[in-house]
Design a protein around this ligand. Structure first.
Ligand SMILES: Cc1cc2nc3c(=O)[nH]c(=O)nc-3n(C[C@H](O)[C@H](O)[C@H](O)COP(=O)(O)OP(=O)(O)OC[C@H]3O[C@@H](n4cnc5c(N)ncnc54)[C@H](O)[C@@H]3O)c2cc1C
Length: 353
């Protein structure tokens, strides 16, 4: 099967590697320029198993369990273990949380537990009735390091890396590159992350509800004592330690439809993060004078996150994108499912679903 993957972010890399594990030797087209500003390069790499949605929790926990169980993967990804706290609002359905905790216990035994407000001393001013899921076996990785290692492994196993941006993909599976070459393929997978909606529109494919949103965080000086990685669903604040005396903090943005190659830092949002850091974590001098704010974009799917989607019924052109701001957590599992589906020919998801 002649398979082309367009895009060498984490999605393209993990799919290429999984395909070589199954005996295929895909051709991966990458854009060196795009790689330095893609979602994978900027990603904070936060990992945890818990999600309120059971399917998302299973996907994240399976990937985390695979990573934790493999010294090779841990080394490639620069994995660091940290506990992770997810603060949930007072109106959270506790029986649904308990069901997800039972699921996590199968995949990451003993890792996660529910804690009540009096035990959440790192956080100030949480609303009464807030609870948190605390996981011991969580942490973060370097998505960029993992991508580089997976591409290297894929090439060793026979995949071909072509540093040529793709300028056109035709519905019957022909790939045309900026260097003027063409390649006829049985399957073409667009793993082009936040570039995907614009490329689909330019090449005449339906957009399938895929959208692009900016994500932004700041690396600053100062750290709340004893706090690992966290997401506070009551304020939107999230973060993790980022080296000695430094902490990464962010809030969600509302910048939809941005061009991933031409992003502007949202300075008003960066100021709100500093205000939230003081109010929620008591960090009154974070981020400090040598702070760095990072802005990048990710591709958001209407549902289902990172997975294979057929662009047109019967067409050999598919997308493997839709990380929705969180695919570093479950890319390993998503890549395995996508590779198996490509081999079996069972692509169950159409664009837009
Ligand atoms: C700032 C930020 C922080 C994040 N933090 C977390 C986190 O803490 N935890 C978590 O789980 N997830 C996080 N994510 C999400 C996760 O990192 C992304 O979902 C994932 O990296 C997306 O990978 P991708 O390969 O789909 O996209 P990308 O990494 O953007 O890769 C797409 C690639 O396609 C290439 N490309 C585009 N067009 C062409 C073309 N025509 N020809 C050839 N190549 C092309 C680009 O150059 C690029 O390299 C974060 C994302 C961002 C942006």
């Amino acid at each position: 099967m002649r398979t082309a993957i367009v895009g060498g972010g984490l999605a393209g890399a993990v799919l290429a590697w999984r395909l070589t594990e199954l005996g295929l030797t895909p051709t991966v087209f990458i854009s060196e320029q795009g790689r330095s500003a893609d979602a994978t390069q900027a990603s904070g790499g936060l990992l945890r198993g818990f999600e309120t949605d059971p399917a998302a929790a299973r996907a994240a926990a399976e990937s985390l369990a695979e990573l934790r169980g493999s010294p090779l993967l841990r080394g490639w990804a620069g994995y660091r273990e940290l506990d992770s706290t997810m603060v949930l609002p007072p109106d959270t359905d506790r029986s649904a949380v308990t069901a997800v905790l039972r699921l996590l216990d199968e995949l990451l035994p003993g890792s996660a537990e529910l804690r009540e407000l009096p035990d959440l001393k790192a956080f100030l001013g949480l609303p009464p009735g807030a609870v948190a899921v605390v996981e011991q076996q969580a942490g973060y990785l370097s998505p960029a390091a993992l991508r580089d290692a997976l591409l290297e492994q894929a090439v060793r196993a026979g995949a071909v890396l072509r540093p040529e941006p793709v300028v056109r993909v035709l519905p019957e599976g022909t790939v045309r590159t900026a260097a003027g070459t063409g390649l006829d393929c049985d399957t073409v997978v667009l793993a082009t992350g936040p570039w995907t909606p614009a490329l689909l529109a330019a090449w005449g494919f339906p957009g399938g509800g895929l959208r692009v949103k900016q994500i932004q965080y700041t690396l600053g000086r100062g750290a709340p004592p004893g706090l690992g990685a966290f997401v506070d669903e009551t304020s939107g604040l999230y973060g993790r330690p980022a080296g000695p005396g430094r902490f990464l903090l962010g809030l969600p943005t509302d910048r939809w439809g941005v061009d991933p190659a031409a992003l502007r830092t949202d300075t008003e949002l960066a100021q709100r993060v500093a205000g939230c850091a003081e109010a929620r974590l008591g960090l009154d001098s974070w981020p400090g004078p040598d702070a760095v704010t990072v802005a990048a974009a990710d591709c958001y799917a209407p549902s289902g996150g990172l997975r294979l989607r057929a662009c047109l019924p019967g067409s050999p052109v598919l997308t493997f994108t839709g990380g929705t701001g969180g695919a570093a957590k479950y890319a390993l599992g998503a890549g395995r499912s996508a590779a198996a589906a490509l081999i079996s020919g069972e692509i169950l998801t159409e664009m837009g679903s």
